[in-house]
Ligand binder design. Structure first.
Ligand code: ZN
Length: 379
């Protein structure tokens, strides 16, 4: 009987895998067709001695309009860029785009994957800088109306996960539950993740690896039945897509713990609202459900952070905060976040999460995080 069930299960899994693979190849064929149509129209124009006109939609994840009449963060473009062969900079941009497009076409045809860095090293003397390749990949995604992973372009994963979760990526099993305080790398092929099983009560996202390590050393996941994720600074695409996948599938709260400084706040907004560079794909990358757990500027008094742990804001910090205060989504969606950010500027100081460990080494895991989560001191 057991054997039969297992056979049925493996049959089901095989069916699921085949379905996933056929969907992937369908997407690949569709994209290859789009690439063909695009390049053919360029060629037709050129052979007819006409300068092709390429329209690229522009997306924004925020603006500085004080009223809420903007399309930031939505699926709607805020305008169009018009590329022609009359401008030298446009010719160069198109040249790079076509070179990258040829590489992408080959990746899709051969069902292979490549990193942005690999692509750069295919023509380093032409591309000159990684950012040029990144820009071209974004242009291609906008033109082809797809996400970056659809082009088979992936980034080397930088994120970490631990806690009460088990899932399968392709044929690999990530069994974090068997040792909930051991770090696992976040998979790069997030679209291949399936069979997510979890008994976690919440997801905690921490900005820094050092804080992740502190939690691991204190066996935080084991005693708090949670999942902890770190993007190790600004989160990469797989980390953000993975977090979004978990929130969508598990329906549990997600909290974010960052340094109390302008960079920490910017990282927090990247998780919740996405980034400007990837604004065309915001709908797949942002996690609107995420709450800010800390550290708030007001925490320095609430948790008695000694004065010597508070660092003065630099002129650059102040400029960054002033610019962030103008972002339209803060006023519209999280006015309380904005108030705390304003307080950071008024107080003129910043502090790291680790400053809370001044009381005891385990203050963060034994007092601070539990008091924030259970006392609902999060915004
Ligand atoms: Zn806006």
């Amino acid at each position: 009987m057991k054997l039969k069930l297992e056979e049925e299960d493996s049959g089901k899994m095989e069916g699921k895998r085949k379905k996933l693979e056929s969907k992937k190849s369908e997407n690949g064929i569709l994209l290859l067709d789009k690439i063909k149509v695009f390049t053919r129209s360029l060629l037709v124009n050129l052979t007819n001695r006409k300068s092709p006109i390429i329209l690229i939609d522009r997306f924004k994840n925020h603006c500085t309009l004080s009223d809420s009449n903007c399309f930031c963060g939505s699926d709607l473009p805020v305008g169009k860029e018009v590329l022609t062969l009359c401008k030298e900079t446009h010719v160069r941009r198109l040249d790079v785009m076509l070179r990258v497009l040829v590489i992408v076409q080959k990746l899709l045809q051969e069902n292979k994957h490549s990193s942005k860095r690999d692509i750069y090293y295919m023509h380093p003397s032409v591309f000159l800088d990684q950012s040029v390749v990144d820009h071209a990949i974004n242009d291609i995604c906008v033109l082809m109306q797809c996400s970056r992973h659809n082009l088979n372009v992936v980034s080397a994963g930088n994120g970490l996960v631990m806690g009460w979760i088990r899932f399968v990526e392709g044929k690999k099993i990530f069994d974090c539950i068997s040792s909930p305080d051991t770090a696992h790398p976040i998979p790069v092929y997030v679209e291949e993740i399936k069979d997510i099983v979890s008994a976690a009560r919440y997801i905690l996202v921490v900005e820094k690896e050092s804080v992740f390590q502190r939690l691991a050393n204190d066996q935080f996941c084991k005693s708090n039945h949670c999942i902890v994720i770190s993007g190790r600074g600004y989160p990469d695409i797989p980390t953000r897509r993975f977090l979004r996948l978990l929130v969508e599938n598990l329906h549990i709260p997600a909290y974010c713990l960052v340094d109390c400084d302008p960079y920490g706040f910017d990282i927090l907004t990247t998780y919740r609202f996405g980034s400007m560079q990837m604004a065309y794909d915001t709908k797949h990358l942002r996690v609107p459900e995420i709450h800010w757990l800390g550290a708030f500027p007001s925490d320095s008094e609430r948790y008695f952070v000694p004065k010597q742990c508070l660092l003065p804001l630099t002129a650059e910090d102040k400029r960054k905060i002033e610019a962030m205060l103008l972002r339209c989504y803060l006023q519209r969606e999280v006015p309380q976040w904005r108030l705390e950010l304003k307080m950071m500027l008024q107080k003129g100081v910043k502090f790291e999460i680790e400053a809370l460990s001044v009381h005891t080494l385990s203050f963060l895991t034994e007092s601070y995080i539990p008091s924030k989560i259970h006392g609902k001191v999060q915004i």
